[in-house]
Design a protein. Structure first.
Length: 109
């Protein structure tokens, strides 16, 4: 169940960060409320995950996937540019997460 909670926490954090961009500095009501609700949900779910998984591994997965997802959303939804070094860097982040999951005994699986 902790992996499902982690996936949901990442999803809420990603939605919250996207809404934060559209809130225009918390000057628009609905995107601001969505941001707060998503961040609260993400942190609550993350706290549930931390009952089972180590904090370092959990945070590495949460932040790493969040970076990749937000950069991808920025590229698709907001027209933000991703150059080759950015894409390579994100590929390294995903590779690091895969290496942790497949080869590390620290992930709690």
């Amino acid at each position: 169940m902790h992996w499902l909670y982690l996936i949901l926490a990442i999803a809420f954090e990603t939605i919250g960060t996207t809404a934060l961009k559209t809130s225009e500095g918390f000057t628009r009501l609905w995107p601001s409320l969505l941001t707060l609700a998503c961040f609260f949900s993400a942190l609550f779910l993350l706290s549930m995950v931390l009952k089972t998984l180590p904090v370092g591994v959990t945070y590495a997965i949460w932040s790493g996937l969040g970076i990749v997802l937000i950069a991808t959303i920025g590229w698709i939804a907001f027209g933000q540019k991703l150059d080759l070094p950015a894409i390579l860097g994100m590929a390294l982040i995903v590779t690091g997460i895969v290496v942790m999951q497949v080869f590390s005994n620290s992930t709690g699986h």
